[in-house]
Write a protein that binds this ligand. Sequence first.
Ligand code: BGN
Length: 292
Amino acid sequence: KPVTPAPTPKKNNVLPDCSDKGSKLVGPLFIDQSIPKDMEAVEKDLSVDFGGTVEKGGKWAPTTCKPKHKVAIIIPYRKRFEQLKIFLRHMHPFLQRQELLYQIFVVEQLKNDPFNRAGLFNVGFVESLKMNKGFDCFIFTDVDLLPEDDHNYYGCPTSPRHMSVAVDKFNYRLPYATIFGGVGAFTKEDFQRINGFSNMFWGWGGEDDDLYTRITKVGFKLTRPSLKRGRYTMIRIHHFQSSKADPNRMNLLRNSGQRMSADGLNTLKYKLDKVDQQPLVTFVKIELKRSM
Ligand code: BGN
């Protein structure tokens, strides 16, 4: 009688490649804006299992196929815990359906300086790469934006990509053609090529317009999903706490192009206070310093 050989255990390097944009997509999603009681409640909620549970620090990778991309999700943050719980409950299953290897980072600005969204993105880029040199794509996202359609791919874009093109707050339309606010995606090389974001925008507004100039200045072609796939719901709680507009932003925007090589990743200054790997997310707590 012929002996059937025992099946060879599958190693990671023999797994088939994951399909291009994920094989588990469902299209339009239910948006749950109810506030979870605490993070433990969110953990319980994430019972849907796509193979492999979320690891400490908010990491995940598919176990049945080899992921196409290794993605760092970067969120600038201060005092938005209710929004963060809603965001994580929505985003873990979203990213898992896209079969990406990913980790979610929250970069928290300590001290009471005006909020510097762009500087925090830069810190997230640098610190995430320190933790895992393998990240090849970066999603820079506000904590209050929930993608409504999982065909809006959070893997590497072919060139810098503005994702949040149709936000409910703006009646699902682009408010102006050159907007880059909300959610953006870059390969590691493209983000380095533009020297990251400016560090000089303290307070609300302008830093995304500055980034748009950087992208076009080096000749990159900005890409966007369709208005159908790039739909977002903005989480409505906490909006009363918005930071004050940066009074200096118009001046800065006058010389975005000239400044870009001397203001960005290469001039970033901060003090790392603590890296806290929680079950669903990695907190990077920092003090941002004035870089010039
Ligand atoms: C713009 C802001 C952007 C913001 C969008 C949408 C400025 C620069 C001076 C015009 N730009 O007005 O940063 O993303 O609104 O809210 O304030």
